[in-house]
Design a protein around this ligand. Structure first.
Ligand code: SF4
Length: 337
């Protein structure tokens, strides 16, 4: 039986007899006895509680490449934790069985921060909060990340970027890396398909970078929804303008799921076209994901073409990097080893 591990939540205010949660850009107004849109924050007797403080729906050891993070400790293993709930409602969510569930609807196991760090130390090099949205699990991710950093582990968010500025600033000293999903460059897409908005996501991605957190971006290409060339161009232009040519981006393939089973998987040629658009605009590190093994997942030196990191599926081998530089031409590389 699931026992709710509730704690008083952070980031909320009293508002006209109700509560306003200020953790994410929804800023939900929550009446007595009700929960926010993410299903895991509840107003009880005029106080906001998180219902999933240490409640984990999964705890696996994954290669860091699976997050995906390709320029952050390549080849390392990461203890990966999730809970339930999400602050977006993506119709194409690959993990909808946990992301759209309430705590009572899932099998959850309590793993307190101390335990999580102990397990991570035994089995891996870091801790990732992933599979469902870490933002809504802020209290637990904060405590666990703080402990993890003290123990010499790295910490990672795999996130939809739907977070307000204050909570992101507060956790940032304890967060080393993030993969932020940019689901589309169209606000209409965000409103219809995710029940969120585009601008807060773009702002959060910029803030992650500004705060010194290693950032990689993922753009999942969904046929007929966000795959037209203008959208892709808008995305790569934004990346170039805001982050420059060394920003790592992952274009990944969609597979029919949840409320989008009527759509086909992303054709390889669409992904390759996106890759080429990125290259034409000057981006140096573009990867294709959820596709069969190929040259699009290796890392090459942008100056001399030397193979730097060879990848096969989720495994990787550093073959052309010496002291942070290309072993052939000496170019300094934006890769954290
Ligand atoms: S974290 Fe949850 S309750 Fe808080 S504003 Fe976001 S969706 Fe609403």
């Amino acid at each position: 039986m699931y026992i709710i591990v509730e704690r008083i939540a952070r980031f909320w205010k009293k508002k006209d007899g109700n509560i306003r949660c200020t953790l994410c850009p929804h800023n939900c107004i929550i009446r007595e006895g009700r929960r926010g849109l993410c299903k895991i924050r509840e107003n009880k007797n005029g106080k906001l509680y998180t219902l999933v403080y240490a409640s984990c729906s999964s705890a696996n050891v994954d290669p860091i490449e699976k997050k995906p993070l390709f320029h952050f400790h390549p080849g390392s293993m990461v203890y990966s934790l999730s809970t339930v709930g999400c602050n977006l409602k993506c119709m194409h969510c690959q993990n909808y069985s946990i992301s759209q569930a309430a705590p009572e609807e899932a099998f959850l196991v309590d793993i307190l921060p101390e335990q999580a760090v102990k397990e991570a130390k035994k089995k891996s090099d870091g801790i990732a909060f992933t599979y469902n949205e870490p933002t809504i699990w802020w209290e637990y991710t904060y405590d666990t990340s703080k402990l993890a950093k003290r123990s010499g582990l790295y910490t990672v968010f795999v996130t939809n970027g739907y977070i307000n500025e204050e909570p992101l600033r507060e956790i940032s000293p304890y967060l080393d890396a993030a993969n932020v999903d940019i689901k589309s460059m169209d606000d209409e897409f965000y409103r219809k398909i995710t029940k969120g908005r585009l601008e807060p996501v773009l702002n959060a991605a910029k803030l992650y970078k500004e705060l010194g957190i290693h950032l990689e971006l993922t753009y999942l290409i969904i046929p007929t929804k966000n795959d037209d060339e203008e959208q892709i161009k808008k995305f790569v232009k934004w990346v170039m303008e805001e982050f420059g040519d060394e920003q790592v981006i992952h274009f990944t393939a969609f597979y029919p799921t949840y409320k989008m089973i009527h759509l086909p998987p992303t054709p390889i040629k669409t992904l390759v076209r996106a890759y080429n658009i990125g290259k034409e605009h000057g981006l140096k590190y573009i990867y294709l994901g959820n596709v069969p093994h190929g040259i699009y997942e290796n890392t090459y030196c942008p100056v001399c073409g030397n193979l730097l990191i060879e990848r096969y599926g989720f495994s990787s081998r550093i073959v052309g990097i010496k002291n942070g530089r290309c072993s052939k031409c000496g170019t300094k590389l934006p890769i954290i080893i």
